[in-house]
Design a protein around this ligand. Structure first.
Ligand code: IDP
Ligand code: MG
Length: 145
């Protein structure tokens, strides 16, 4: 068991794309050694965002969140990665993506699945099976002793 056997869904939100942070964010996942298996730049429509955030549909900020998330392109990605993002921008520690790059709760640059179950739901929502690559990374044997 390498410790990062689970798939997770990560999205760079419209504010991260507009602020030119795509490379900076991908760099962090890359240098950590996580395996990227799918990636696309996509302009999501409101329907997709309503489904993506369906757990939050009764929250007062839901309509604004759906509008924000469909206001520009997002970078959708799937990684083998055992971390889940868990805190809002205000509580995020320096060194984390939110801690380093944002100061507010809505425009917080990045989405990450919060559990294995939500990751699977989100990956199926954003990607077709044929968009997910199956390959071996040569660094696996160096990272997982
Ligand atoms: P998470 O992204 O840290 O998992 P969630 O509670 O799942 O946070 O909320 C999803 C997204 O909804 C947040 O990333 C943020 O963009 C937005 N959001 C969360 N709480 C609020 C709020 O109180 N007001 C406005 N937007 C919010
Ligand atoms: Mg969440």
């Amino acid at each position: 068991m390498s410790g990062n056997e689970e798939r997770t869904f990560i999205a760079i939100k419209p504010d991260g794309v507009q602020r030119g942070l795509i490379g900076e964010i991908i760099k962090r996942f890359e240098q950590k050694g996580f395996k990227l298996v799918a990636m696309k730049l996509i302009q999501a429509d409101e329907d997709l965002m309503r489904q993506h955030y369906c757990d939050l549909k009764d929250r007062p900020f839901f309509p604004g969140l759906v509008r924000f998330m469909s206001s520009g392109p997002v970078v959708a990605m799937c990684y083998f990665c055992d971390i889940f993002l868990g805190s809002n921008a205000i509580d995020s520690k320096p060194g984390t993506i939110r801690g380093d790059f944002c100061i507010q709760v809505v425009r917080n640059i990045i989405h990450g699945s919060d559990s294995v179950e939500s990751a699977n739901t989100e990956i199926n929502l954003w990607f077709k099976p044929e968009e997910i690559c199956d390959y071996t990374k040569c660094q696996d044997s160096w990272l997982n002793g």
